[in-house]
Each structure stands twice: as structure tokens, then as C-alpha cells.
Design a protein around this ligand. Structure first.
Ligand SMILES: [Zn+2]
Length: 104
């Protein structure tokens, strides 16, 4: 298990990423300082991605339903949009954590 350092400048806390592919993270101390709305928005975006993935990944009935109703492209577009929203939400988290740490 590799630990990564908090992305807030001058914070020397380390953390174990929730996913080994993640290369950046926010320590608990700075996570707590972030506005609730920013965290909620990220959680909402992640839930949406998970929900859309459940509709397809390893779900034969879901795949058949999406394909038989001709919604495959719509589904792909929705998944892409959900991923983009989760990336944007993470960017907002980073900005909010750094702002909160600086007291701006
Ligand atoms: Zn930190």
C-alpha cells in the first residue's frame, strides 16, 4: 500500500488512496475544512457514475434493455457526462481544500 501526500501545499499529511490508481488526495484535516456543498456535489457525481455503471457492467438484462430500446448512444453520453461531472467535482474539491487551508 503506497501512501500519497495531501495535495494542499505545505501539508505534510499522508493518506492511503481509496483507489491505488489515484495519485492525489486530500487528508482528513483538510477534507473536514471543505464546504459541505462541495463534498456533497462530489458524492452525488460519484453516485451517478456508480448507478450508470451498474446499469451496464455485468448486467445482461440492463444491457439488453438499453440496446433493445435504442438508447445505447444516449447511455454512453450520460456515462461520459457523469464521469466529466465527477472530474469537475474533484477539481472543485481541490480548489476548496486549498482555499480553506489558506483561509481565503
Ligand atoms: Zn492536508
Amino acid at each position: 500500500m503506497t501512501r500519497i501526500t495531501c495535495l494542499v501545499p505545505f501539508c505534510r499529511c499522508t493518506l492511503v488512496p481509496s483507489d491505488p490508481k489515484h495519485t492525489e488526495g486530500i487528508c482528513q484535516k483538510h477534507w473536514r475544512l471543505m464546504p459541505r456543498a462541495v463534498k456533497a456535489r462530489r458524492r452525488q457525481a460519484l453516485r451517478r457514475v456508480a448507478k450508470l455503471k451498474r446499469m451496464w457492467d455485468g448486467n445482461r438484462r440492463g444491457q439488453e434493455r438499453i440496446e433493445s430500446t435504442g438508447r445505447y448512444l444516449k447511455y454512453c453520453a450520460a456515462l461520459t457526462r457523469a464521469y466529466q461531472q465527477s472530474y469537475d467535482a474533484w477539481d472543485r474539491c481541490k480548489a476548496a481544500a486549498i482555499e480553506a487551508a489558506g483561509g481565503i
